[in-house]
Design a protein around this ligand. Structure first.
Ligand SMILES: NC(=O)c1ccc[n+]([C@@H]2O[C@H](COP(=O)([O-])OP(=O)(O)OC[C@H]3O[C@@H](n4cnc5c(N)ncnc54)[C@H](O)[C@@H]3O)[C@@H](O)[C@H]2O)c1
Length: 354
């Protein structure tokens, strides 16, 4: 017999592992079951004493499961989330919310109709360094932010050429929807959710179609089809006059290894998040002028933390304690609308007004 107040299932055992680690930190939660189609399911389930299923609908049919994490390829988020809500489960879905705004809207509507929590796993926004910058902005120290640059640039990191990541139907897009969605989320969160007004974007596929995939920064040439972009760049015009530049790549001839960050330019100060090859030390700098005009750069010693564990803590608290469901599915939908506008702008070769 378990005394757990919440029994969860995890569908998908790739990033699903990070969800399991997050749930395991929650004393009120039991990981009851894991579903998926590969060997990682059994390994993960054995760590937590969970049942396993191949077909996710079997997991959803289990009456003892209250909530699920949806950690399957992007193209299945819509189908699996709708099925989970229909089965009466609360849902934490991985990013991106969906491939298109229409799919995302249906997911939000279904959650509302079912009276269940729907949250999205924007884990990077929950990082302790991002939260520190958010506090600096909210305290007013940086003044009004009028320009921001947000990027996730990889030099040689195209996921397997034949994997779902490079299949347009299953992924919805390339690095923009995969990595860029995190960086769009962080920027919009830090900027306090200004309404996006217009988007001008371009996408490129220069390495993928030549079979130049990569991992660990090493490029290899592999046979296979490649249907998405490998670099995207966008300029986003925001309500209130601020501009946001967003960049994402899986492959470039450029200075980055596997790096992400945000630079924020404010009227009274600035801030930079810079994460180089996942190094979590000294990732933040704050820039301002003293009264005498001396320029100062602060490098706060922030203890690395947050991420998936915090998203899951919030998901559990939203269900059991009626706490705010953050990051919200609404945020997920707004990000999907901007990403979709970026792809349309690239196809049309013109600015798209939102
Ligand atoms: N937040 C993050 O930092 C982060 C990191 C990686 C991936 N993701 C997201 O997580 C999702 C999964 O990505 P991944 O890297 O774990 O992919 P993956 O390919 O490594 O794993 C996908 C999992 O889904 C399972 N699966 C696939 N089709 C299924 C089906 N029909 N029924 C049941 N299970 C099925 C597979 O068996 C596998 O266990 C994607 O949406 C991705 O964008 C998020």
């Amino acid at each position: 017999m378990t005394t757990a107040q919440l029994r969860v299932g995890i569908i998908g055992a790739g990033i699903g592992k990070s969800h399991a680690e997050g749930y395991a930190k929650q004393s009120r939660v039991q990981i009851a079951a894991i579903a998926g189609l590969d060997d990682r399911v059994k390994t993960l389930a054995s760590t937590y004493g969970a049942r396993t299923y191949g077909d996710y609908t079997e997991l959803l049919a289990q009456p003892d499961i209250d909530a699920v994490s949806v950690c399957v390829p992007n193209g299945l988020h819509h189908e699996v989330t709708l099925a989970a809500l229909k089965a009466g489960k609360h849902v934490l879905v991985e990013k991106p919310l969906a491939r298109t705004p229409a799919e995302g809207q249906e997911m939000l509507d279904a959650a509302k109709a079912a009276g269940k929590i729907l949250m999205i796993s924007f884990n990077h926004r929950q990082r302790s360094d991002v939260q520190y910058i958010k506090q600096q902005i909210d305290s007013g120290r940086l003044g009004r932010i009028y320009y921001a640059k947000s990027y996730w640039m990889r030099r040689a990191g195209i996921p397997g050429i034949n994997s779902w990541f490079v299949n347009k139907n299953m992924a919805g897009g390339g690095p923009l929807i995969d990595l860029g969605v995190h960086m769009l989320d962080i920027a919009m969160y830090l900027l306090n959710e200004p309404k996006p007004l217009a988007v001008s974007a371009g996408t490129f596929a220069e390495f993928g179609p030549r079979g130049q995939k990569g991992s660990g920064g090493i490029r290899q040439t592999v046979e296979g089809t490649y249907e998405v972009e490998d670099l995207a760049t966008a300029m986003i015009r925001l309500e209130g006059g601020a501009m946001l530049h967003l960049e994402a790549s899986w492959a470039t001839h450029g200075p980055n290894g596997d790096d992400f960050g945000v630079i924020l330019y404010g009227t009274e100060g600035g801030a930079e998040l810079k994460v180089v090859n996942y190094n979590n030390i000294n990732t933040v700098r704050i820039f301002y002028d003293e009264k005498d005009g001396t320029q100062v750069d602060l490098t706060p010693k922030i203890i690395p933390g947050g991420g998936h564990a915090d998203v899951i803590k919030n998901f559990v608290a939203a269900i059991l304690d009626n706490a705010p469901a953050i990051p919200s599915a609404d945020d997920g939908l707004r990000r999907t609308q901007v990403i979709d506008a970026c792809y349309r702008s690239s196809i049309d070769g013109a600015e798209i007004r939102l």
